[in-house]
Design a protein around this ligand. Structure first.
Ligand code: 5AD
Ligand code: SF4
Length: 444
């Protein structure tokens, strides 16, 4: 293995698709490969290793990966020593098939096995192919090298929980990420402290079903709210967020924390997927429209200014126009400041995959109508921020002289005129204008 202190470093090009957890995983893979003598590069052209960290959540994911791989054929022909790897959920779902369909691939690693990446890379250097899509017993996060002590951006992701036991009828996550596992509390705290020492002021706790978190702790199992209160004690950590949550795991202590923990930001991503009881049942969501609405009322009672975000699927098998109208009605009732909406796509191996599809043109039309409603609503909520005072965490300098850009407590992008501002500052500002995708503000 290369000595990463003296030898010239090799170059790793990593491309990340999909969710925030993949962003976090890519970061950890980069750190693991740092130990194997690699540094990152922004272009595949000068890479010694190309790694695609893939997502399998929606349609044509695997096809996109194959076409991306096809583009590296020329590069591999010019540079036979170039190693090409596929990581993430497509790697998990396709396994060996990837190497069969695209022989330029040297390495395939699933999301639960990437701590073994350095050994796998060493194997490819000997001319062999390396495949690992196991769900090993050992804790990959413990096996991974710690994040190096370099200074970093003021916001960071931290994975605390992985996998899902909910088995929504449309979703591949329980198959690609496996059963639900929570990281122990002390390991999360150590990682958070390390991030804060390096300049991080806001941490977003990640998990496919993060509010089902139940990490071991000396006091017994701890809930997500318990973990948030532990993080609350870290000096220098100013903001805590978490994503993604399932309505059925929104426990009382977490709802209460939204009202009482000042570091917990007033923003909640709580997907409902559909507003029709019939469809929710067929999706195996195990909650109905009414229980979701009542839940939102309880959370808003604890934190009246909470900004809500959601995920929606249209065109789920057997969704009628009336079912779709139920979804529109629910959106009008709940009001979302942010939302992600998708046309249903069949995921092989999931229960819904065998069911009759909604007509394609009809599904497209519903998606358009849904998105029109959501964007009107988001715009109204964004415009209603004008005149209000909020806190902004600066993430970078703006394009204009003396301007900083960051996120409000509610996750709106905000431009602030602040010539003395520095990245990492949290400033109190007054919103003075609302433009297409951001707000403008002045210091108060
Ligand atoms: N088709 C469409 N959307 C899907 N999602 C998950 N699986 C599918 C699918 N098969 C959406 C859900 C989920 C988000 C991450 O992706 O809305 O909350
Ligand atoms: Fe997928 Fe989320 Fe349902 Fe789990 S709760 S199966 S991750 S949609």
């Amino acid at each position: 293995m290369a000595d990463n202190t003296t030898a010239e470093k090799k170059k790793l090009f990593i491309k990340t698709y999909g969710c925030q957890m993949n962003v976090y995983d890519s970061e950890r893979m980069v750190e693991a490969m740092d130990g194997a003598g690699y540094e990152t590069t922004d272009t595949p052209d000068d890479a010694d290793m190309i790694l695609l960290n893939t997502c399998h959540i929606r349609e044509k994911a695997a096809e996109k990966v194959y076409s991306e791989l096809g583009r590296f054929k020329g590069l591999k022909a010019e540079k036979p020593d170039l190693k090409i790897g596929v990581a993430g959920c497509v790697a998990q779902a396709e396994g060996k098939e990837i190497m069969r369909r695209q022989p330029i691939v040297d390495l395939v690693v699933g999301p639960q096995a990437y701590h073994r990446l350095p050994e796998m890379e060493a194997k490819t250097q000997e001319g062999a192919k390396a495949l690992d899509t196991d769900f090993p017993e050992e804790d990959k996060f413990e096996k991974l090298k710690r994040r190096p002590k370099a200074k970093r951006a003021p916001t960071a992701f931290l994975t605390v929980q992985e996998g899902c036991d909910k088995f929504c009828a449309f979703c591949v996550v329980p198959y690609t990420r496996g059963a639900e596992v929570s990281r122990p509390v002390d390991r999360v705290i150590t990682e958070a402290q390390d991030l804060v020492e390096r300049g991080v002021r806001e941490i977003t706790l990640l998990g496919q079903n993060v509010n089902a978190y139940h990490g071991t702790h000396s006091s017994g199992d701890m809930t997500l709210a318990g973990l948030i209160w532990e993080l609350d004690k870290i000096d220098g950590l100013e903001r805590i967020r978490f994503t993604t949550s399932h309505p059925n795991d929104m426990m009382d202590d977490l709802i209460e924390a939204h009202g009482t923990c000042s570091k917990l930001m007033p923003y909640l991503h709580l997907p409902v997927q559909s507003g029709s009881d019939k469809i929710l049942k067929r999706m195996n969501r195990n909650h109905d429209r009414d229980s979701y609405i009542k839940l939102i009322e309880r959370i808003r009672a604890a934190r009246p200014d909470l900004m809500l975000s959601g995920d929606f699927i249209v065109g789920f098998p057997e969704e009628t126009e009336a079912d779709f109208q139920d979804t529109l009605d629910l959106i009008k009732e709940v009001k979302y400041g942010q939302a992600y909406s998708f046309k249903y796509s069949t995921r092989p191996g999931t229960p819904a995959a065998e069911r009759p599809l909604v007509d394609e043109a009809e599904a497209n039309d519903r998606l358009q109508r849904l998105q029109a409603l959501l964007s009107t609503q988001q715009k109204e909520i964004q415009n209603s921020m004008v005149g209000r005072e909020v806190n902004v965490l600066y993430e970078k300098a703006g394009r204009l002289e003396g301007q900083m850009v960051g996120k409000s407590d509610y996750l709106h992008a905000v431009f602030v005129a602040d010539p003395k501002g520095k990245v990492g500052d949290i400033k109190r500002v007054r919103i003075v204008e609302s433009s297409a995708n951001s707000l403008g503000a002045v210091l108060v």
